[in-house]
Design a protein around this ligand. Sequence first.
Ligand SMILES: N[C@@H](CCC(=O)N[C@@H](CS)C(=O)NCC(=O)O)C(=O)O
Length: 193
Amino acid sequence: MKLYGSTTSPYVRRIRVVLAQTDHEFVDLQIFSGEDRALLASRNPAMKVPCLEDDGRVIFDSRVIYGYLSEKFGFSPLTWDEENMLTLIDAANDSFVQLLLLARSDIDTSGDELHFRLQKERIEAVFTSLEEQLSAGLFGKWTYPEICLYTLIDWVEFRELHDLTDYPRLRAFREKHEDRIELTATDPRQQTC
Ligand SMILES: N[C@@H](CCC(=O)N[C@@H](CS)C(=O)NCC(=O)O)C(=O)O
């Protein structure tokens, strides 16, 4: 099994955490240029990471990869509430990726233009909902939804994408889990390659 990704992507990190106890090769790509981009394009025409190569097929998208691994290894199926949690986490994560790519394209996203406003509103609405869910005792295990929440929040802090002062439970959730071995082993701050 071969996982194509980057050490900083929160979507890739989820799958690395899921595969922490499973023999696999991690291919660390610089996805935006050069030979690595060509390699990525040859594996995934959507040109996004992660993608997983296994048994002669390539699976795209972290959520689909998780479904594939779930079937392969017989994980418990996600509940519909957990699927909704993932949809919210992905929505905020995608909005952050959009804003980051715009910033890297030297576009000032600090204004109130429609596209920027939609991303910012989505992020606040999702964070508010996640904060409420934590307050209600959800995200209390260490399964796929918690892994995805952790990799989002930790990436937001690592990239300094958002001030989390108004979301104390999100910060506490990150602190509660930060010493897990599979998280320290995949910490984007510690990666040397
Ligand atoms: N829905 C996808 C999102 C993956 C994604 O957006 N990955 C980013 C890296 S964090 C990427 O590859 N971006 C490249 C691009 O947008 O061109 C998943 O869950 O795998």
